[in-house]
Design a protein around this ligand. Structure first.
Ligand SMILES: Nc1nc2c(c(=O)[nH]1)N[C@H]1C(S)=C(S)[C@@H](COP(=O)(O)OP(=O)(O)OC[C@H]3O[C@@H](n4cnc5c(=O)[nH]c(N)nc54)[C@H](O)[C@@H]3O)O[C@H]1N2
Ligand SMILES: Nc1nc2c(c(=O)[nH]1)N[C@H]1C(S)=C(S)[C@@H](COP(=O)(O)OP(=O)(O)OC[C@H]3O[C@@H](n4cnc5c(=O)[nH]c(N)nc54)[C@H](O)[C@@H]3O)O[C@H]1N2
Ligand SMILES: [Mo]
Length: 712
């Protein structure tokens, strides 16, 4: 007979650690990890006491231990013993790895090309303030390496939003419960921001209407009350058409415009003259009635739906040639309607600027040598091919990123990584597509094994992540690796020897707020309280509505519908429509060869290229597919389920055709971002995407991509 153990005995054997999901996602969930007496994590759950996480996790992080204890985890440093890209490596000690890197960097720095021939390459594998950007930046600044402009995701929108508002469009995401007309504009909220979707759902139960503007019937569009299938890259035109109707029909909030905005008369004249609904309909591919109805509903949200309108504007509209202008334009709308006045009204792009962390302290930009060149990360293909000004790239140090899978013009990136005269270091948890090309691979800790402190770009809570378990094998956090490298290079110990906890404590001092009026957002948020675990809300009012009384971050302090700064820089002071780079309407020459506009959002069960190696999630994802309209398929003799080739002048990949009405004719969708080794021909969608950048901000244009599809 077996006697069940009393549950008390079982639970006392488990330690509980409250930490933070580190992944590049606005939700920044609170995690509760249980660790057994042997020091092994046995469960990871969403923090039930976190007001935004509310106890649930996405499908990926719900399986976090499959990632942490994956048998592909790197556990020792490795050196390459075969050709680049093949993946033949032999274990080495940390001592040898660090000495090899330091010797190589020292050589290059002393060569005529100098230290700028060394290029750091990182993005948001982890969002923690320390492991994302701290001692790594200090190290490369001190070394004199090339600077990296981290543009791949969010800079177009940041610049666009800044022109109009002087900061990122943001409201308290929890206040979305009070929104009554919710527009997911280029946002697959139910997939990419699932905890905000839960709040939207709550609002819907209270009467809100949910609209999604997306060329693809995304999961979010399918669950919305109204799907508006805009033609890719034309959101700016749609927003200008909405303004036309608002001003034409007198739906503007004159009092808000008068008090808090500059340039109303100029903008009004521009949209009344140039952006009538029939003009906008032709650009966007939408019926005139759709433009009219959307504008009227948006402008009458209070009357029709009993509350304010909220635009969740996300990345869909940014990844196009006119991405910055589109965001700048959409950011004008809530000022015209006065929706910023009301809790839950306005627009939400990112809450990141509400956290006054002291990034100057963490990253020490004062160490940058004057005149150091900056490489736009979107242009990695060109950088490795020696096509950018300045010294050739002779060494590449990759961490928190997987450029062989996520960067545009992939075939050219891979050719660059194959160069025998390139010295490549990759620090990661796994043997990624990029790591296969490395000379030295370094094993990284997972979030359960490292310390960090977190802001969020989708809620208002600060959180600390203490390690829950010991590092697996010989893996090390980013901060620790840069301490070792700095020591080997003989850099000043006082720049690198500060322990992680102390870095985190100091990062909360002296940063200063950047969203008005939140200079005091850290008041009362004590580091010691954070160390007790769990979320602590920024010192901001409940249902915070930052622009209810103006207080914009622009030079004038007003919402700048007309931008003096843009005029002074020689650009249009008013919003206008900027077409995509690869646009059938403006580039008929290109469209005869490649007539289909392709958008490539990430696969929902992956997080960019992270989690692709977790078998259960890869199984759920199926295989690379391309969704196309039945008319486009028929015209090419393609039937559902058939293997097809998607191609353009940059590259080609294979996918399975999904045929139907989930996209409008002329548009195809292929979900990225597979690891190349799991695709049939060793490349993913990014072999077709372009390194052309957005109108401003140097952002990626992943969704601005003309292709052709052919049956195989
Ligand atoms: N599950 C999951 N969640 C994620 C991520 C992930 O990989 N997986 N990635 C995270 C990261 S790094 C980011 S940046 C965010 C991205 O978050 P989102 O911006 O929500 O996600 P995307 O899927 O990139 O794009 C959103 C939608 O824009 C649509 N779109 C494409 N072109 C256009 C256009 O011209 N106009 C309009 N209106 N829509 C367009 C796409 O069809 C897509 O449905 O999500 C984060 N969350
Ligand atoms: N076609 C197409 N391409 C895209 C996009 C798209 O929508 N379509 N989206 C773009 C966007 S929005 C983004 S943000 C980029 C994302 O591009 P990346 O930031 O490169 O994102 P991931 O592919 O998730 O790769 C992150 C890597 O960091 C590693 N990592 C995680 N934590 C740590 C750590 O603590 N230390 C170290 N050293 N490594 C760590 C992970 O294991 C992973 O391999 O991709 C872009 N590429
Ligand atoms: Mo991103």
């Amino acid at each position: 007979m077996t006697i069940p153990l009393p549950t008390a005995a079982l639970t006392t054997a488990l330690a509980t650690v409250r930490g933070v999901c580190p992944h590049d996602c606005p939700d920044t969930c609170g995690l509760v990890t249980q660790v057994n007496a042997a020091g092994r994590a046995v469960s990871v759950k969403g923090d039930p006491d976190h007001p935004f996480t509310r106890g649930f996790l996405c499908t990926k992080v719900a399986r976090y231990l499959d990632r942490v204890y994956h048998d592909g985890r790197l556990t020792t440093p490795l050196k390459r013993v075969g050709p680049k890209g093949r993946g033949d490596f032999a274990p080495i000690s940390w001592g040898e790895a660090v000495a090899t890197i330091a010797a190589k960097f020292t050589d290059i720095a002393a060569s005529p090309d100098g230290p700028q021939a060394i290029l750091p390459y990182s993005y948001a594998g982890t969002m923690g303030k320390l492991q994302y950007a701290s001692l790594d930046r200090r190290f490369f600044h001190r070394l004199g390496a090339s600077l990296l402009d981290r543009t791949i995701c969010a800079t177009a929108g940041a610049v666009g939003s800044d022109i109009t508002l002087g900061t990122r469009a943001a409201i308290d995401p929890e206040a979305v419960a009070k929104s009554r007309y919710i527009v997911n504009w280029g946002s697959n909220t139910s997939v990419t921001n699932s905890h905000l979707w839960a709040v939207m759902h709550h609002a819907r139960k209270a009467g809100a209407k949910i609209v999604t503007i997306d060329p693809h019937r995304s999961r979010t569009a399918a669950k919305s009350d109204w799907w508006i299938p805009v033609r890719p890259g034309t959101d700016g035109a749609l927003a200008l058409g909405v303004m036309h109707v608002l001003f034409r029909d007198g739906l503007q909030d004159d009092d808000y415009l008068e008090r808090y905005c500059v340039g109303t008369a100029e903008l009004r004249q521009r949209v009344l003259n140039d952006y009538a609904p029939h003009v906008v309909a032709r650009i966007t591919g939408l019926p005139v009635e759709t433009v009219e109805q959307f504008a009227r509903e948006y402008g009458n949200a209070q009357r029709l739906f009993g509350g304010p309108a909220l635009i969740r504007l996300n990345y869909g509209m940014q990844r196009h040639g006119g991405g910055a202008m589109a965001v700048r334009t959409v950011c004008c709308l809530p000022a015209i309607t006065g929706d910023w006045r009301h809790p839950g009204g306005g627009a939400l792009l990112s809450t990141s600027k509400m956290y006054p962390f002291n990034e100057r302290y963490l990253e020490r930009p004062d160490l940058i040598r004057p005149g150091t060149r900056t490489v736009n990360m979107v242009k990695l293909a060109e950088a490795l091919a020696g096509e950018l000004p300045g010294p050739p790239v002779k060494a590449l140090y990759v961490y928190n990123a997987n450029p062989a899978a996520v960067n545009p013009d992939q075939s050219k990136v891979l050719t660059g990584l194959e160069r025998d005269d390139l010295f490549t270091v990759v620090h990661d948890l796994f043997m990624t597509d990029t790591a296969r090309y490395a000379d030295i691979v370094l094993p990284a800790t997972s979030q359960l094994e490292q310390f960090d402190i977190h802001a969020s770009y989708g809620h208002l809570y600060v959180q600390v992540n203490p390690p829950a378990i010991a590092p697996l094998g010989e893996s090390k956090p980013n901060t620790e690796v840069f301490r070792l490298l700095a020591r080997a290079m003989g850099f000043e110990p006082q720049l690198f020897d500060t322990p992680d906890e102390e870095l985190a404590r100091q990062s909360m001092v002296g940063g200063g707020g950047r969203v008005y009026p939140s200079e005091s957002a850290f008041d009362g948020v004590s580091f010691d309280r954070l160390m007790e675990g769990g979320p602590v809300r920024l010192n901001l009012p409940v249902d915070y509505a930052p622009f209810a009384d103006g207080n914009f971050g622009t030079p004038s302090g007003q919402c700048e519908l007309f931008s003096r700064r843009e005029l002074d820089a020689g650009r249009d002071p008013l919003p206008h429509y900027v077409p995509p780079h690869e646009d059938p309407q403006t580039r008929p020459d290109l469209a005869t060869l490649y007539p289909l506009q392709m958008v490539t959002p990430p696969v929902p069960s992956f997080l960019n290229s992270s989690f692709v190696n977790v078998e259960a999630l890869r199984k759920a994802a199926g295989e690379p597919v391309v969704e196309m309209h039945a008319d486009d398929a028929a015209a090419r003799g393609i039937v559902a389920g058939q293997s097809v080739r998607v191609f353009n002048g940059r590259g080609r990949f294979r996918a399975k055709a999904v045929v139907g009405d989930s996209v409008r004719p002329g548009v195809v969708v292929s979900f990225g971002i597979w690891w190349n080794r799991y695709t049939e021909d060793g490349v993913n969608v990014n072999t077709t995407t372009s390194t052309a950048v957005t109108d401003q901000g140097g952002g990626g244009t992943f969704f601005d991509n003309l292709v052709e599809v052919a049956a195989l």
